[in-house]
Design a protein around this ligand. Structure first.
Ligand SMILES: NC(=O)c1ccc[n+]([C@@H]2O[C@H](COP(=O)([O-])OP(=O)(O)OC[C@H]3O[C@@H](n4cnc5c(N)ncnc54)[C@H](OP(=O)(O)O)[C@@H]3O)[C@@H](O)[C@H]2O)c1
Length: 288
């Protein structure tokens, strides 16, 4: 089997590359932004006509949320047209396309976990461009898996920020007398290694081509997440709940974006653990 991973030096792509390299017999090609630009059709065609993969895994995105508001053209070029380019080449090569989308396609008004058939209503340019990317795949690709993920952290840094929320909290605990975190935004923080394991399961079990919610089990506010980080890491931090609106930004985000892995469970292939178990595993890998 030949598999190509786009964004292979990113937060999620790095873990997927490791997981597949260790557990799949075949050729795993790791592609970075230097090797391919998904928004450039010529680049996409030339790279994949050369490799001819059976499976294309796309972790690439323009996902700096405030920056997407300022550079909407780039957001749509990477997150929508780029994804359409991948759908087209996948069809030409009769390859499967595995793509990642986001919990942000929802508006948060439901206030209970979203399943795959719930109606998206994205609130910002990033989320709109990601939803358009999903729709391009559904309209164009013959063989696809779209995985909606949320709140990622892992041992490899996000290419956007260079650190994740867990690392930020541990650093702030050393630097500040008081740490203030929002308690009115709920999601499910998800360890990227858990997603990599779920991808392996999907590749091996071949469920129907569809959209799959793919996050850790359970839910929490960012404050509850921070509290648990300090508890598990044995760090004594002065953590306080931020007053609603304290960190107001110009970009609208859903207050509630918890996803239920309904389709993975229906197929009997959900491999995700509770978010607290993922956090424990991640923290133990940090040797703190
Ligand atoms: N991070 C989260 O909490 C979160 C939440 C929900 C959904 N997601 C989704 O999960 C996926 C993975 O996120 P991540 O945190 O792993 O991101 P990341 O660390 O920023 O990695 C993204 C990778 O894509 C590459 N890339 C960007 N633009 C590209 C282009 N035009 N062509 C080819 N490669 C390009 C980046 O390379 P350069 O850095 O060199 O440009 C980087 O290697 C994305 O689809 C994102 O929308 C993330």
């Amino acid at each position: 089997m030949k598999i190509a991973i786009i964004g292979s030096n990113g937060q999620l792509g790095s873990d997927i590359y490791e997981e597949l390299r260790e557990n799949i017999t075949g050729e795993i090609t790791a592609l970075t932004h230097t090797d391919i630009d998904v928004s450039d059709m010529d680049s996409v065609y030339s790279v994949f006509n050369d490799i001819k993969p059976d499976i294309i895994i796309n972790t690439a995105a323009f996902h700096n949320v405030p920056q997407c508001e300022k550079e909407a053209g780039k957001a749509y070029a990477v997150n929508s047209s780029g994804v359409e380019n991948l759908a087209k080449i996948s069809n030409q090569l009769k390859a499967e396309l595995i793509h990642f989308s986001t919990d942000y396609v929802f508006d948060g008004e439901k206030n209970s976990p979203y399943i795959e058939t719930d109606k998206p209503n994205p609130l910002n340019i990033y989320a709109k461009s990601k939803l358009e990317g999903e729709n391009k795949i559904r309209e164009t690709a013959d063989k696809y898996y779209i995985l909606r993920v949320a709140g990622l952290y892992g041992k490899y840094p996000s290419r956007v920020k260079g650190y994740n929320f867990v690392e930020l909290m541990l650093r702030l605990a050393k630097e500040r007398d008081e740490i203030r975190v929002v308690d009115d935004e709920r999601t499910t923080p998800t360890y990227t290694k858990e997603i990599a394991k779920q991808i392996l399961k999907i590749i091996k079990s071949k469920p129907p081509f569809d959209i799959y919610h793919a996050t850790a089990e359970g839910e929490c506010s960012w404050y509850e997440f921070a509290k648990t980080i300090f508890e598990f890491a044995g760090v004594n931090a002065n953590l306080k709940k931020a007053v609603p609106g304290e960190f107001a930004t110009e970009v609208n985000r859903p207050k509630y974006s918890v996803l239920e892995n309904h389709n993975l469970k229906k197929e009997g292939i959900n491999t995700f653990k509770h978010w607290k178990a993922g956090l424990k595993e991640y923290l133990s890998s940090l040797n703190i």
